[in-house]
Design a protein around this ligand. Sequence first.
Ligand code: PEP
Length: 257
Amino acid sequence: MSDRTPIIAGNWKMHRDHLEAIQLVQKLAYHLNEVDYEGQEVVVCPPFVALRSIQTLIQSDKLPIGLGAQNCHPEDEGAFTGEISVPMLARLDVSYVICGHSERRALFGETDADVAAKARAVQRHGLRPVLCVGEVKEEREAGRAVEVVVSQLRGSLDGLTIDDPDALVIAYEPVWAIGTGLTATPDDAQEMCATIRAELGERVGSQIAAAMRIQYGGSVKPGNIRQLMAQPDIDGALVGGASLSSEDFALIVGHRR
Ligand code: PEP
């Protein structure tokens, strides 16, 4: 077993208003036992409008749950109507910011350069990017998955300082597995996460890379989390759909029981 602290994060996407968000976290906390939090990080990434409510709930109930955001703007402030900056997130005790989720890349045209700029902004303010990479179905079928993921990784890490393994989390999310019910086999997920770690080693040195956390994401469910987490290079999960059910997310977090 590695000494990397696993991180299980729920990406709620554009689901739940702030009142529903409070209920979801309250129910999650109800389903989780103290031991479920031990030796791993549990993080929820609600929509922006629910961050303040959940921050307050976490503080008042002293919940050992971390807060993440799903996106940010690379600039600290300015005339960017509709955008949210990292300093604003920092004020809400947000610790993680998802950068370059495949939905942002595909639906909002984010390039590797955009993702890198956001991740640099996140780091500049002492928060941690959860940097997402992953190939689409056609790329995997064409045998190009590694090439695509390595290229995304290189581009998205441009200009980032990684002298602390905790400064960044990578999420390997094969796009064909996101929201589809299809999951990469534990072997395939492991293979890609090991490839990512080797590539990180080239970039930051093998010692730091060995201590960095790499999550798997893509239809993670209570039924497949154990096998995925048993892989030596998988240090957690980024969970979409199943994180919207307090019962399912609690079973995923509590997979060691
Ligand atoms: C995600 O959105 O990051 C994700 C992995 O979604 P799902 O778990 O629903 O596939």
